[in-house]
Design a protein around this ligand. Structure first.
Ligand SMILES: [Zn+2]
Length: 68
């Protein structure tokens, strides 16, 4: 079994650990109807479009999705 020749410094250990801590953004696509960013394979919550047609009534659902 391989044995480390030198003790790795705190700085090195922390650097190596920190390399795995990066958060990444969710993948976003552009709505083909209104052009806002939306999650892929989901209805656009701005205009209610999915696959080229209106799927949901945005006025009715907007109170639930104020964060968008
Ligand atoms: Zn849209």
């Amino acid at each position: 079994m391989g044995v480390p020749k030198k003790k790795s410094s705190k700085s090195r250990s922390r650097r190596v650990r920190a390399a795995n801590m990066k958060l990444d953004l969710p993948g976003l696509t552009i709505c083909s109807n209104c052009g806002t960013k939306k999650l892929p394979h989901r209805v656009c919550l701005k205009c209610g479009f999915y696959k080229g047609r209106v799927v949901i009534d945005v006025e009715r659902f907007s109170y639930k999705y104020k964060y968008m």
